[in-house]
Design a protein around this ligand. Structure first.
Ligand SMILES: C[S@@+](CC[C@H](N)C(=O)[O-])C[C@H]1O[C@@H](n2cnc3c(N)ncnc32)[C@H](O)[C@@H]1O
Length: 224
C-alpha cells in the first residue's frame, strides 16, 4: 500500500482500574454504555491528574478527527491509503479502508471501547478493524520497498512540501504521526527511522498534519 499512516501513541484506553472509583469517573459511568468506559480527558480530567503520561492520555477525539480526515480523502477512496492506530499501551489496530467511521463522537467512543475489549470490530464476515499482533518495529518490518518518515515539530524543517514524497505508487511510504496532545514521541518510536521531519514553523494538531500529509501525497501522485 503506497501510503501507510501510523497514528502513534494514541490516547485511547479503557478507564484504568486505579481511578475507577473517583467521583468524576463514577458520575459518567454507565455499565451498559460502551462509550462511557473509555478514558476521556474532557469528562475525567480531575480523576486523571495523577496518571503517568497524562498529557498523552484520554484523547479519543484526536484519533477520531485524524481518522475522519484520512478515511474521507481521495487518497483513501483511490485505494492507496492504509491506516494503523497504535495506542499508548502498545496495542496496534489495522483499519479497513472501507470502514465508515461514526461521525458522531459518542458513537465513535463506543466503537473504540468495544475494540479495546474485543480486539476487533467485524460485521458478520467483514473485518473492519483488526489487531496486529506485534510491536511497531515488527509492523514496519513487514513492509517491503519502504521509507519510514517520522513527523515531529522538532524534526528537520522541510520547506518544499512536494519534495516529501517521490512520485512512485509502488514505494511504501510509512508515515508516523503522534495521536496525542502534548509531549513528544517515546525513544523506541524515534529509533524507527533517521528521517524525522517538521512541515511547519508551528506545532500543529495531529489531524491538521494528517490532512496536510495526505494532500501532499495526493498532489505528488496526481490523485484528485
Ligand atoms: C499536537 S502534536 C504533539 C505535540 C508536540 N508538542 C509536537 O509538536 O510534536 C501531535 C503530532 O502532530 C505532529 N506534528 C505537530 N506539529 C508538527 C510539525 N510542525 N511538523 C511535523 N509534525 C508535526 C507530530 O507527529 C505530533 O506528534
Amino acid at each position: 500500500m503506497p501510503l501507510t499512516i501510523i497514528l502513534a501513541e494514541c490516547g485511547l484506553e479503557l478507564i484504568p482500574k486505579e481511578i475507577r472509583k473517583h467521583p468524576a469517573i463514577q458520575r459518567n459511568l454507565k455499565r451498559d454504555n460502551y462509550s462511557s468506559q473509555l478514558l476521556d480527558n474532557a469528562l475525567h480530567h480531575s480523576a486523571m491528574v495523577k496518571l503517568k503520561d497524562v498529557g498523552k492520555r484520554g484523547r479519543p477525539d484526536i484519533t477520531h478527527s485524524c481518522l475522519l480526515n484520512a478515511l474521507g480523502s481521495p487518497l483513501n477512496k483511490s485505494g492507496n491509503l492504509k491506516i494503523y492506530i497504535h495506542t499508548l499501551n502498545n496495542k496496534i489496530f489495522e483499519i479497513n479502508p472501507k470502514i465508515k467511521i461514526a461521525r458522531n463522537y459518542n458513537r465513535f467512543k463506543g466503537l473504540m471501547a468495544k475494540l479495546l475489549r474485543e480486539n476487533e470490530i467485524r460485521i458478520k464476515e467483514l473485518l473492519l478493524i483488526s489487531q496486529f499482533n506485534g510491536n511497531l518495529r515488527n509492523l514496519v518490518k513487514s513492509f517491503k520497498k519502504k521509507e519510514i518518515v517520522i513527523f515531529s515539530s522538532k524534526g528537520e524543517l522541510v520547506k518544499y512540501h512536494l519534495d516529501l514524497f517521490d512520485k512512485d505508487l509502488t514505494k511504501n511510504y510509512i508515515v508516523i504521526i503522534g495521536g496525542f496532545q502534548k509531549g513528544y514521541f517515546a525513544e523506541d518510536i524515534l529509533n524507527l527511522s533517521d528521517k524525522i521531519v517538521s512541515i511547519s514553523n508551528y506545532s500543529l494538531d495531529a489531524w491538521v498534519i494528517v490532512n496536510k500529509i495526505v494532500s501532499f501525497y495526493e498532489i505528488t501522485n496526481n490523485i484528485i
